[in-house]
Every structure is written in structure tokens, then in C-alpha cells.
Write a protein that binds this ligand. Sequence first.
Ligand code: EPZ
Length: 424
Amino acid sequence: MIEKLKVYGNQKVNGTVNISGAKNAALPILAAGLLSENGLQLSNVPPLADVSTMLSLLERLGVSYTPTRDAIHAMSVCLKTDSVDNFIAPYEIVKKMRASILVLGPLLTRFGQCAVSMPGGCTIGVRPIDFHIKGMEALGARVELKDGYVHAVARKGLKGTVFKFPVISVTGTENLMMAATLADGTTVLQNVAKEPEVVDLANCLNKMGAKISGAGTDVITITGVASLHSVKHSIISDRIEAGSYAIAAGITSGCVNLIGENLRYMLSAFIEKMSQIGLIFSDIPDGISVKCVGKLEPIDIETAEFPGYPTDLQAQSMSLLCLADGVSNIRENIWENRFQHVAELSRMGANISYSASHAIVTGIPKFTSAPVMATDLRASFGLVLAALAAAGDSMIDRAYHLDRGYCCIEEKFSKCGVLVERIR
Ligand code: EPZ
């Protein structure tokens, strides 16, 4: 039976949340373990469903690993990568998680071959991988799409090149950066993603012996090396999880201490907008605290690549703006279909109209509870937020979406005096 999450209404979020390691840093860094035969030792890895999926993919390729649960919200993983003997990433794993495409670059540059299933679309859009493919061809690989798989070969190894992304792509940047670490010569990647997760991957690769400069800017230069070695690396804090719980304080007029590193820097665009709505942020020794005491002001939000407003906080922000005192505009500029949560929020009484990428949110006094369905991992958290503030208790179907991006949600909320229950 598909799990549901029961969310009791009229709750206030008051307490402390230990922010886990960033899912979108952990996934590429786990894939980077394939680049070295000496393995990788990672800490502050988030215990998420997507991390388990990536670990099962690595295991299928011949990697063995030892996980250690260090805390409820964090684990360590030691990867052993000296017996990688399979270069096929199968559909049954890739279809569960698009980020599986991140094994393409490491397998190709270390072993000269791989076959990675095409990921298929998902609810937030078609999500093509043409930049990944064009980039590998620019590095000298021969790529063929056959039977739903990307077959890539580079018998003589990859060669440094100059490649400009037509559109900024986070995992595209990460895949090509990893492929270039063992290429012959220098690679210059232009119009790259500047997300903190890209920088965390570059920092880990450089600790492994790679020669990468420019991560966090528009141009990344990679000078190929012969091999990479093992290293210990701790994953950065998850800015999207932190922003999600910040909104939980805002939407319930509560106060939450977010324990994590570099949150104010990583969330600067988000904090600027949330402050305009009426949330108050203040630094505390090991993170930031967020509270909301007055009414919520309407604002306009436009998602953009980092350092702009994160698309992965768009759905959660919409839930908050549903309770603002006026009309807000949300423009989703990254994904072509990331308003799936509008229909579900409307079932809870929200007043939202939208076209392709522009939603107009007119504030209402309160959500009403209703059975709703999660559609993607970030929208699912937006529904939890609305349900916490609703009059009455709500049931959220397909709660497995939540577990892909948010670990131990019941425990983290219960530490803030909030009851959410898993119904099996
Ligand atoms: C990453 O996805 C994140 N996932 C997403 O987070 C995030 O929403 C997205 O970046 C944007 O910030 C991971 O890091 C694992 P893109 P990614 O390539 O890399 C187009 C979450 O909630 N494009 O940056 O798949 C694409 O269609 C997830 O944690 C191409 O056209 O996104 C989109 O319009 C959801 N061709 C735009 O670029 C390509 O080859 C940005 O996509 C690649 C991308």
C-alpha cells in the first residue's frame, strides 16, 4: 500500500532542526567515487531515498560500500571502488532517479565506455540530457542512442576541449567537470552552473587530486590528470531543506533554529524575499533562526539559477504566499511544468490562477484541510506546509516523494512540537 502522511492542522513550528547534508551535492559526489580506484570516505551524507538509489546503482556497477549512521539526520559512507566491473546503468534504477545520469562522466573517463539508460521525463518537465551528450562528444566520445540507452565510448580516452552550455545545467556542469578530470589536456566549460553543490563537488574532486579552477563562476577550467586518489569529504548543508523548514516557521507563525553551515550565504536570494514577506532571520552560533510574528505581505518571485531564487523552493514559497495579505506573482523560469502543486493547494482552498510559467496567488485567510496527493519531492513539502497551517487534519498521498528529498521528516517536525504521522 502506498504510504500516506497525516498532517495535523493548526500547528506552530517552534524548535530546532538539524539540517542534513545536501542531496544535490551528495549525489554527484557519490558518483565521483567512480573516478578513483582508491574509493572515497564521505560524511554528513543525508539518509535519503535518492542516496539509497545512487548507492544501489554504484553497487550494480561493482562498488561496495559501508554506511554508518552517525546521527538521525546524517550518515557516513565509505566507498570501495577497486572492483568496478560493470558499466551499464540500467533503466529500472535510472527511471527512479534522473540524477543517475551522473555516472556517465566518471565511467566514460575512467573506463572509456558506459551505457546509461535514458532517464525518461518526470512531473516537472521533459528534463532532456542533450547537453550531457553534446559535452561528452566535444570531449571526443562517440555517443549513440539505442534501445533507450546512451552508449558512450572513448577507447583512446577523452581529450580536453572548450564547451559552452546553451542553457545553464547543474548536473550537465557536474557530469562534464567529472569527465574532464581524467581527460588528456585542458577543458574549459562556459556558461556553467554556479550552485553551491557544484562548488562542493569541485572541492571534493580537487582534494582527490583533480586540477579544477573557477567553480562558482561562469567558467570552469579543468586540467586533466592521470588518476585521482581517495579522500575524506563532508557534504555541505542542504540549503533547500533549510529553506523549506524556514517557511514552516513562517506559515505557522512559529520560530525555528536551523542548524547548518553557510546557510545565510547559500540562501541569500531566498532570505531577501522572505524578509519582504515578513519573516525575521537572525544569526545564531551554528546556523540561523527564523520567526514570523505579523501578517504575511504579498511579493513577486522569479526563479533563476544560483545565485537567483531557487526553483526548488518555489512550491514551498507558493504555499506561504497563499496566506499573504494580497496578490503575489510567481514566475517559474527553470522548469516548464513545475506548478503541479497548484491543483492540490486549490483543493485546500487556495486562490491561484496560472499560465505556463506564471502563477497569480491571491491570499486567503486560512487553508482548509483536504486529502491531497504529492507530485514531486519539493511540491510534496509545500503540501505539508499548507496542511500544518490548515484548519483541520490533512492526508497527503504518495508520501514517498517526500522521502526522496527530506530525511526523517517525522522526527525533525516532532522536535519542533509538531505531529505528522506516517499511515501505512
Ligand atoms: C538539478 O537538476 C537539480 N537536481 C534539481 O533539483 C534542480 O531543480 C535543477 O538542477 C535546477 O536547479 C540535482 O542536482 C540532482 P538542469 P538538473 O540540468 O541538473 C534544461 C530537486 O528538487 N536542460 O540544471 O536535472 C532543463 O530542461 C531537483 O532536488 C536541457 O535542456 O537540472 C531545464 O530547463 C529537482 N538539456 C534547465 O536546462 C540538458 O541536457 C535546467 O536543468 C540539461 C538541462
